[in-house]
Write a protein that binds this ligand. Sequence first.
Ligand code: SIN
Length: 528
Amino acid sequence: MSPVESDVLIVGCGIAGASAALRLSEDRQRRITIVTRASDPEESNTKYAQGGIVTLGKGDSVDLIVQDILEAGAGLSLPSAARILAEEGPVLVRDVLIGQAGIPFDRTPDGKLDYGVEGAHSCPRILHVGDTTGQAIIDGLHRLMRERPNIRFVNSATGVDLITFPHHARDPLAVYQPITCHGAYVFDQADATVHRYLAGATILATGGLGRIYRYTTNPEGARGDGLAMAYRAGARVLNAEFIQFHPTVLAAPEAEGFLISEAVRGEGGRLLTPDGKAFMAKYSPEWKDLAPRDIVARAIHREMVEHDYPHVLLDVSFLPADLLRTRFPNIYARCLEAGIDITRQPIPVVPAEHYSCGGVWTDAWGRTTIPGLYAVGEVACTGVHGANRLASTSLLEGLVWGERAAQDIEEMGALPETDPAEVPSWEPGVSEDADPALIWRDIRTIQYTMWHYVGLIRSTVRLDRALSDLYHLKEEIEGFYRTTRLNDALIGLRHSIQTALIVATAAKHNRVSIGCHYLEDGKQAGVL
Ligand code: SIN
């Protein structure tokens, strides 16, 4: 089968992939292929973002945004990366999101942009579209992309592995050359075969990894596919231990993983114990309910564990009902479906996995350590988020680094071409059908292991147990993978176990308890 050849291959298409694609497709000669695992190309982590996107608020400054990012990041954010975000982000929000894509950000009655507040921000600066900001952004960006004839979408297509030399080169002497990326092997879910997608540059924009945890706000596809592929190819991975847990996820069985946006606390929502007592002042006298996420999530966890509460409460019922219905229409509707009228009752909430602050290391242009391979958005670690991400910076980071990766590719001029004869076709191997019960069970084992042993509160004993269980499971899964006909779930299982091991190993190696990596028996940051 002949390979699919493009100038640029983009794997995944949330805001980061879309930002890169839009910039690259301005040159109508450039052929861009976007592969997405889901059948709907708009399906991505971006689509589910509620709160919003940071821009320069009123009375705000680049310096103040940088300061807030660095403080939330617990001193581990890269200052130069935070500055790039703060300087370039608001310009792209204005030019691309508002100017080109026409995203209808909410406005005040006098027509000015309405800036929201979220935890650890020094001033109101979050643009939002009700509480479905991500959906509005992704709709706008995909509408623009559909108008570009040089962007080709291939949906229901799962990344299996990156094509790298010397690993996949036919030439045995290629082993003496540095590792380079030439595209990806991609599984077509419709015809159940693996195809070669060759490209001069490959951009990973595969989003997060929340689905390796039992409880997460992330959608089904967030299982670390891009991280696992890059790691197997030999790319440097950084800060993988910094997994952010969102403090407030609806605790209702029929709405598992449904986020109650931090913007709800930004509007005045208060966290209470089930018997109605406010508790955040105890944990953060300065910020209280709007403390950085890691602090709020741990405070809730501590209250739940110490008092055996099944959840805590987030109360907004004292706010005007009209405000709640217009500012948070989606949260209002979903809670109502779960039997909770937020205009009258407090919302039961628990923490859940939300965001990976680390990932595939990149420089300021989205370049990984493998020439030809870029990573943008949640799969990447640009250094912006350090040990704990500041709220509503993730969409902005995707927008900025997508654009920057595209600029870097443009500046390379003619992209390297790969001779298809040099890249072997995928050998189907064996033909036993996968047993869905085994896949489901293994996924659940990974999720529970990560939840209990590599979760919000970690200890050396738990991490050791996680590593030994995960290594054992990896052996089993690799064997299973080699003897079973591929399908999306099996590919995802292999990516998930690899990703879980990356996170657990990073957590085990970092002895310092800091930010999202809270290690009960670790050294305290600053007391090395
Ligand atoms: C939220 O709406 O609370 C999530 C926003 C974010 O993850 O930055």
